[in-house]
Design a protein around this ligand. Structure first.
Ligand code: UD1
Length: 420
């Protein structure tokens, strides 16, 4: 297994372009299962998760072409030839569950091995199931498999107990081919949901309200292929913003949507970083003022993103004063606190709250990337830690960041990749 060796690198400087959004492209690719004809998706990030989704589509009978020079994927969908997603693929990526809605809507049946828990919590799919049941599907879960069947989905009023991103997307996709009107209340409002809705509407769906807490979907008979460019990845944007602040550097981040990272901008400015919305992108500087503590509470969008929590924890370990970090979205998303503490951060976790004392000099250590964002946080911590940091299990990072090491190295980071 590969690992990163990260050395103290000094301030990062220069400009970097953000790739297309991982969390937008995965459901968009799944949605192509519902079409007849060819779809072309542009600005697709080169990621392991995207590769798994392409393999799932192929296993269902789609002809998928990946062109990594142009970052374009074309999917030609004629007839869905299988209605089961094998566990071998599901275990590699929880987002496999996104094919449940499209498969059910298109073929009347979906069988998917149940995704297990992961290092950030249990991650149940009860809200996905509740949504499909409301649309008239029968759901059976046994022996580690969820099976959904319906002769014809029917529009319904669905209230989500929690604004789950994945459940909102799955239900929205299934409802596009249901008979009549579906209304999703307390829907998630993330930009990736708006991007998926835009793609579905280009395919002939009739969706209104995506990006608000009430989404209305008027079912249509069929969907056709469409061309779409994925939105920039807001978490990758935020990662480079934190990279500028933590190294006390100066980075211009191109191909980003500042509106999608408002809470990250606000929190970085509270810490004393300078953020300017320039013509060519967002410019973040951590070299002007002394950086100070701030408290963070994760929330569904437009609140502070849980996917930025680990990265901020790394930053807050280096500023003046103590900060509280409260995680409200996932039940167990503090595994990185122990790894950062191995580097000297001395973070105390109590339930859903972590206290970061700050100002402890970080020291290079051997640490484990426990999940995708935790891994990225450890890389950023390694850039400012004295000596060498060795980060193992970096396949998590490669699941979700396109050319992470190369982009950081182009900004002056000292990172190498080694095969164990
Ligand atoms: C998506 C993102 C992930 C991000 C998360 C929250 C993708 C591929 N992944 O994950 O990067 O961290 O949103 O912004 O888009 N829950 C239930 N029952 C369900 C579904 C969810 O209880 O049926 C709970 C989860 O356990 C969790 C919370 O709801 O505590 C949020 O999960 P959700 O919004 O569904 O996240 P994902 O769609 O899995």
């Amino acid at each position: 297994m590969a690992k990163f060796i990260v050395e103290q690198s000094g301030p990062l400087q220069g400009d970097v372009a953000v790739s297309g959004s991982k969390n937008a492209v995965l459901p968009i690719l799944a949605a192509t299962l519902m079409t007849e004809g060819k779809s072309e998706i542009n600005d697709v990030p080169y990621l392991r998760d995207v590769d798994v989704m392409c393999r799932i589509l192929r296993s269902m009978g789609a002809s998928v072409t990946e062109d990594w020079k142009t970052h374009t994927i074309t999917v030609d969908m004629d007839r869905v030839k299988a209605e089961e997603v094998p566990y071998e693929l599901v275990k590699r990526m929880r987002a496999s569950i996104f094919v449940m809605g499209p498969l059910l809507a298109k073929t009347g049946k979906a069988r998917i091995a149940l995704p297990g828990g992961c290092s950030i919590g249990d991650r149940p799919i009860d809200l996905h199931n509740k949504g499909m049941r409301s649309l008239g599907a029968r759901i059976d879960t046994e022996l580690g498999v969820v099976e959904a069947t319906a002769s014809q989905l029917k529009g319904a009023l669905i209230y989500l107990d929690f604004p789950s991103v994945g459940a909102t997307e799955n239900i929205m996709m299934a409802a596009t081919l249901a008979k009549g009107l579906t209304v999703i209340e307390n829907a998630a409002e993330e930009p990736e949901i708006v991007d998926l809705a835009n793609f579905l509407n280009k395919m002939g769906a009739r969706i209104k309200g995506a990006g608000t807490d009430t989404i209305r979907i008027e079912g249509v008979e069929k969907l056709h292929g469409a061309k779409h460019t994925v939105i920039p990845d807001r978490i990758e944007t935020g990662t480079f913003m934190v990279a500028a602040a933590i190294t006390r550097g100066d980075i211009l981040i191109r191909n980003c949507v500042p509106d999608h990272v408002k809470p990250v901008i606000a929190k970085l400015m509270e810490c004393g970083a300078t953020v300017n919305d320039e013509v060519e992108g967002l410019r973040v500087r951590g070299d002007i003022k002394q950086l100070i503590a701030t408290d963070i509470k994760t929330m569904p969008y437009p609140g502070f993103p849980t996917d930025m929590q680990a990265l901020f924890m790394a930053l807050l370990s280096t500023v003046d004063g103590a900060s509280a970090v409260i995680e409200t979205v996932f039940e167990n998303r503090f595994m990185h606190a122990a790894e950062l503490s191995r580097m000297g951060a001395n973070i105390k976790v109590d339930g859903r709250t972590a206290v970061v004392p700050g100002k402890n000099p970080l020291i290079g250590a051997q640490v484990i990337s426990t999940d995708l964002r935790a891994g990225a946080a450890l890389v950023l911590a390694g850039l400012v830690a004295k000596g060498k940091t060795e980060i193992s299990e970096i396949y998590h990072i490669e699941r979700g960041y396109d050319s992470f090491m190369e982009k950081l190295v182009s900004l002056g980071a000292k990172i190498t990749r080694e095969e164990d």
